[in-house]
Write a new protein. Structure first.
Length: 421
């Protein structure tokens, strides 16, 4: 692979930053361009589970000294980086469908605070801010030229679109019509916010789970589900717990309100009609003035890439949500984003070391990614439906079985990992 020009990464989210770390560690020239004006432009009050799906591939490809600091810098509770437990609860009956113990968590995984995790990924990388991609052009010399909204231009040997589900890069590869036909809004609607709690306020919720709790509720019209997670534990504050909640239902007629006040009122109305007990208290106790987001999820299978011109050069590709946009109900989008970065990174390292053609490396990455990503998009779609089954009991029991299997799989993975070490 001739790299007289850098790999150009468009987007500084989880996938773009993970790829930047990999290329940097292997001395492959790269540049990251992010449309945000600064690292803290968007609120990132969410936490995600970084699981074996991506942890092993990340560990294998980035600087080991940096990987060793993941838990202590990014975990929701840096004092207990491996803390993770989960409860699945009936919102009306209090039935416990599943409850795991943090002490017995066997898995090689972390529940990370998204803002700190992103900061950890950014550490040591060179990122150009306020660079929104507007145009791409493949040059006659086999390179790719990109133009940003500020009018500046640069050239690279490869462009990697890590630019999220609305990917301008993916749109370039497959064409605008094909891209938007393949990008489907889910009928799911979700309202989400974060609130702070003191030890005393958090205590009854923490008895169920100190990490993730899912409540299964509903009314005569439809099912509603409340997902809550601890997003940060800051021992220096009295209100040390930052708890995020996400209340969702399948109702694509639900109005999208313009202000936080209206969205919080809408969430409280959903809660009043469909939740009781602790679940209702979580939403209804959210203070006025809190930022509330209305989420409309979009799904797109990476099979859309198969509709691109078969003779295309493979000097432009995509990773993460830009390649495969999925519902969050398996908690996998970010994990697949990082895994994709590691898989593409490995292929580029091979190409770099063995002087293989970059196009072959990218085509091989895409072949594997399309299969993996398509399965993940379908599985996440199915999981969203299962989670929102009409009856809270059916939904709770079905999800309980899935999580129990996942946890036992993790136990096996953890012992496999021990054997090979
Ligand atoms: C409510 C919710 C909960 C979730 N929970 C989990 C979970 O528990 N576990 C999990 O694995 N996943 C989870 N996900 C999914 C996860 O957040 C995404 O899959 C992940 O963020 C994808 O990373 P990415 O880098 O591909 O894209 P993004 O994180 O979307 O990053 C894309 C970046 O590209 C930039 N960009 C966009 N366009 C341009 C442009 N034209 N020029 C330059 N820059 C541009 C954006 O500003 C952004 O920084 C959740 C998602 C949601 C909505």
């Amino acid at each position: 692979m001739t790299v007289d020009k850098p790999v150009l990464i468009i987007g500084g989210g989880l996938s773009g930053l993970a790829l930047g770390n990999i290329l940097q560690h292997h001395g492959i020239p790269y540049k990251i361009f992010e449309r945000d004006t600064s690292p803290d432009m968007r609120s990132q009050g969410w936490s995600i589970s970084v699981r074996d799906l991506c942890l092993g591939p990340l560990e294998d490809t980035i600087d080991p000294a940096k990987f060793a600091t993941l838990g202590s810098t990014s975990a929701v509770n840096p004092a207990m980086p491996r803390e993770y437990d989960i409860a699945l609860v009936g919102a009306h009956t209090g039935t416990i469908f599943l409850k795991t113990s943090a002490a017995k968590n066997p898995s090689p995984m972390y529940r990370v605070n998204r803002r700190r995790f992103r900061a950890w990924l950014m550490d040591g990388l060179d990122i150009e801010w306020n660079k929104k991609l507007s145009e791409l052009r493949e040059t006659e010399h086999g390179n790719v030229s990109v133009t940003f909204e500020d009018g500046t231009q640069t050239e690279g040997c490869l462009v990697v679109g890590a630019d999220g589900w609305r990917s301008r890069v993916c749109e370039h590869i497959v064409g605008k019509d094909t891209f938007w036909k393949a990008t489907r809004p889910s009928a799911l609607r979700a309202l989400t916010a974060a609130r702070r709690m003191t030890e005393e306020e958090f205590a009854p919720f923490g008895e169920l789970s100190r990490t993730v709790t899912m409540y299964f509720g509903g009314n005569k019209e439809r099912s509603y589900r409340l997902f809550t997670c601890v997003a940060d534990v800051d021992p220096t504050r009295e209100d040390k717990y930052l708890v995020q909640w996400l209340l969702s239902c399948f109702d694509d007629t639900a109005p999208v309100h313009a202000s936080n006040t209206e969205r919080l009122a809408q969430a409280k109305a959903w809660s009043d009609s469909s939740l009781e007990g602790l679940a209702a208290a979580m939403v209804n106790g959210t203070p006025e003035g809190t930022e509330v987001t209305h989420l409309i999820i979009h799904e797109r299978s990476p099979r859309v890439l198969e509709e691109a011109d078969p003779g295309r050069s493979h000097r432009v590709t995509v990773i993460g949500d830009a390649a495969h946009a999925m519902t969050p109900y398996r908690g996998e989008g970010g994990n697949h984003a990082i895994r994709g970065a590691a898989e593409l990174g490995k292929k580029l390292i091979d190409a770099y070391q063995e002087n293989m053609r970059i196009e072959e490396a990218v085509a091989a990455y895409e072949k594997d990614m399309i299969k993996r990503g398509d399965e993940a998009v379908q599985a996440s779609h199915f999981s969203a439906e299962l989670f929102h089954r009409p009856s809270p009991e059916d939904g709770g029991e079905a999800m309980g079985r899935i999580f129990a299997e996942r946890i036992s799989g993790r136990i096996q993975n953890a012992s496999e990992r021990k054997k090979v070490q």
